[in-house]
Design a binder for this molecule. Structure first.
Ligand SMILES: Cc1ncc(COP(=O)(O)O)c(C=O)c1O
Length: 312
């Protein structure tokens, strides 16, 4: 399904949606070196709208850019203000946001030096990434034959556009076989992450998630680690084997798009009771309380959108 809104922000200004066009010689289109973020804004309990952990997403965008030597020509504060402006201009009370910085047209070949760095922010309404039913009842997953990037080849800590070739191939492979989402193993054969999510398991009351090596340093993963600590749950960031995943009591994905999505089946093995377990349910409920402002761990996690002054 195609997505759409009325305005977008491109290279420093709000523009009509249809003006978000680029030249065919855009360098990133050919070679895949660009960085991006996926963020969400939620309607709060008091009726206002706030972007969840916007500054953390923008900080990760900057880290990704540093890794890939992309010099984004806007400050974090400028991107923060522009994000709020895009949401207000589109009058979106809740939405998904895409920040992207990429290498524009100019020189071709593998050593672009003076091509402009182009920066855009888009917002559009987007429901549950893995389906409302998936959020409630859990999803069916399969381990993909495509292995996660080796950290020293593709820079897993960078949310890089080109890294997603690997994710798309994994996702296509398992969806064609009738599953909802792919799980990728790392180059040593340990569980890494989903095509666009981090993964957690629960066994005998202990929560486990893979360490930061070949996986993205997910902001939702970090939120879940903080939820778990506040709930007094034991969390280990440790390698997880494929068979350990099969015999977990519970498993779930975390991600800005996927939020907290329970996993009810992996490779045709039912996980636990085949429905979201108590730890997953608690974490999911705390997560929605945080993004919708019913619980506040850190007021800086909620960037409020002011719709009153929105002018185009
Ligand atoms: C490969 C991958 N892993 C994990 C995540 C989850 O990250 P976050 O929670 O910051 O959205 C994402 C989504 O951005 C992703 O694409």
């Amino acid at each position: 399904m195609s997505v759409q809104a009325t305005y977008l922000w491109f290279d420093g200004e709000l523009r009509p949606w249809d003006d978000g066009r680029i030249h065919l010689l855009t360098h990133t289109l050919h070679y895949g070196l660009g960085v991006f973020e996926g963020t969400r804004a939620y309607v709060q309990d008091d009726g206002s709208t706030a972007v969840f952990r916007l500054d953390d997403h923008l900080a990760r965008l900057r880290r990704s850019a540093k890794i890939l030597q992309i010099d984004i020509p806007f400050t974090q504060q400028q991107l923060h203000d522009a994000t709020v402006e895009v949401i207000a201009a589109n009058e979106l009370t809740s939405c998904y946001l895409r920040h992207i910085a990429f290498i524009g047209e100019g020189a071709m070949g593998l050593h672009p030096q003076n091509n402009p760095i182009r920066t855009a922010i888009l917002a559009w309404p987007w429901g549950a990434y893995l389906g409302e039913d998936g959020l409630k009842k859990g999803i069916r997953c399969k381990i993909s034959s495509f292995v996660r990037h080796f950290p020293n080849s593709s820079m897993s800590q960078a949310k890089a556009t080109g890294n997603y070739i690997n994710s798309i191939m994994a996702k296509r492979e398992v969806v064609a076989l009738g599953y909802d989402e792919a799980i990728l193993l790392d180059t040593d054969g340990f569980v890494a992450e989903g095509s666009g999510e981090n993964i957690f398991i629960v066994r005998d009351g202990v929560i486990k998630t893979p360490p930061l090596a070949s996986i993205l340093d997910g902001i939702t993963r970090n939120t879940v680690l903080q939820i778990a600590r506040r709930r007094g749950l034991t969390v280990e960031q440790t390698r997880i084997t494929r068979d350990e995943l099969y015999i977990a009591d519970e498993a779930f994905f975390t991600g800005t798009a996927a939020e907290i999505t329970p996993i009810r089946e992996v490779d045709d093995r039912v996980i636990g009771e085949g429905r979201p377990g108590p730890v997953t349910q608690q974490i999911q409920s705390d997560y929605f309380d945080l993004v919708e402002g019913r619980q506040v761990y850190d007021p800086d996690w909620l960037a409020t959108v002011d719709f009153t002054g929105a002018t185009i």
